[in-house]
Design a protein around this ligand. Structure first.
Ligand code: ATP
Ligand code: MG
Length: 375
């Protein structure tokens, strides 16, 4: 019988939390495959076993945070002749190989070196292969747990990280650009549940742009389900244009977004705000401006891409599948009526004084947000 065996990343290192982490990962996998099928899934001696060989499950495991690698394996009883038969089954017909046994279950009568030797010899009797311990073309993996052995020769890479949920919940400010979806992915990869928030101006945003945000959210939900808030920004934007000089508008737009993100964080019991900011990329991303912008939030603000180069971000965006969506044309609400020479070293005092002249209906905008769920 073929089953998926799943190996997690750092979970094993987390001491007492281990069982909590494993349960989260099992629950996340169950949730993601429930529309395909509902096979038995169990934790077994440091791995997760899924009693199914459905190829659609493979694609899900490749995109589930917390999984280091998985494999479609032949499951056998703890009998050497069965293990040998399975190993012959998964071994290639030519080239070089080695056998690598992991024996978690120490009461198994043979140790891993002995299993390697016996299985290797049996394979050599039947196939014209050569053993190469250093640099084999194929490795035959044998895992021995307390109830079964698992035999396979192909590892399916995962994305690593931690199971979503073990790090709490964060708000991710999602624009239509390349960076912010990558930042949201980073949050999920490190185990945080994501509530995405997008601010849109209904008069300058075409329906295509709204669809684009939904497409990005949907793509991100392949990693883990996410919630999306669409917050109307038009009235606030008009008020900012009325009361703030053009060279300070970008900073005030962003501060207003931060205050609203913080309100949503409170509502959603999220503990931080993630942005796609990147040091020095655009005028609003000087250290001085980011500090004035972030101070509008009551919650800590994190920018996981802060030290990456654009090419590095683009590469990540391509890998997670958001790049193609992000490069579609996009009307950025924040470019509306901002100065060609925005301040690069805004002072909090000045900005706060300017904001006193405005009446920003941020509560109302958050109250009018549309909320969607993906995944
Ligand atoms: P991105 O590619 O994510 O748009 P960027 O490098 O182009 O990032 P900006 O457009 O200046 O930088 O935006 C900085 C960050 O502010 C974004 O990464 C995003 O987190 C947030 N942000 C900007 N515009 C919006 C918006 N309309 N709604 C929600 N968040 C936004
Ligand atoms: Mg942008």
């Amino acid at each position: 019988m073929r089953v998926y065996v799943v190996h997690y990343s750092e979970i094993a290192l987390k001491g007492k939390n281990r069982s909590y982490f494993e349960k989260k990962l099992v629950r996340n996998i169950k949730n993601k495959i429930k529309d395909i099928e509902t096979p038995e899934i169990r934790r077994e001696y440091g791995r997760i076993v899924i009693e199914s060989d459905n190829p659609e499950i493979r694609r899900i495991l490749e995109k589930t945070p917390g999984i280091k690698y998985s494999a479609l394996a032949i499951m056998t009883d703890l009998e050497m002749d069965e293990i040998v038969r399975a190993a012959i089954d998964v071994s290639p017909n030519s080239g070089t190989f080695r056998v690598e046994t992991k024996r978690g279950f120490k009461e198994f009568p043979l140790n891993s070196v002995e299993v390697n030797r016996i299985v290797g010899e049996e394979i050599l009797k039947r196939k014209s292969l050569r053993v190469d311990l250093k640099n084999p073309e194929k490795t035959i993996y044998i895992e021995i747990s307390n109830r079964n052995a698992y035999v396979y020769s192909e590892r399916i890479d995962g994305i690593g990280g931690l199971p979503v949920g073990v790090s709490g919940r964060v708000i991710c400010l999602l624009s239509g650009g390349i960076d912010s979806p990558v930042s949201a992915f980073m949050a999920m990869k490190r185990g945080a549940e994501v509530v995405a928030v997008h601010f849109f101006n209904s008069t300058i945003h075409s329906p295509a742009v709204r669809r684009k945000i939904h497409d990005i959210a949907k793509r991100l939900s392949e990693f883990h389900r996410i919630k999306l808030y669409m917050v109307p920004f038009r009235e606030i934007q008009l008020e900012i244009i009325r009361c703030i000089p053009s060279d300070h508008r970008m900073v005030v737009y962003r501060r207003s977004m931060m205050r609203m993100a913080s309100m949503i964080a409170e509502k959603e019991k999220a503990e931080g705000i993630f942005t796609g900011d990147n040091l020095g990329q655009v005028a609003s991303q000087t250290l001085a401006n980011m500090s004035v912008i972030y101070s509008a939030s009551k919650h800590p603000v994190f920018a996981p891409l802060i030290g990456l180069d654009k090419e590095e971000i683009v590469e990540l965006a391509k890998r997670i599948g958001t790049y193609e969506i992000s490069i579609q044309p996009y009307e950025d609400c924040c470019s509306l009526l901002v100065s060609k020479h925005p301040v690069t070293n805004a002072s909090l005092e000045d900005v706060e004084r300017m904001e006193e002249m405005c009446s920003l209906k941020e509560d109302r905008a958050v109250g009018n947000a549309e909320v969607f769920e993906y995944g």
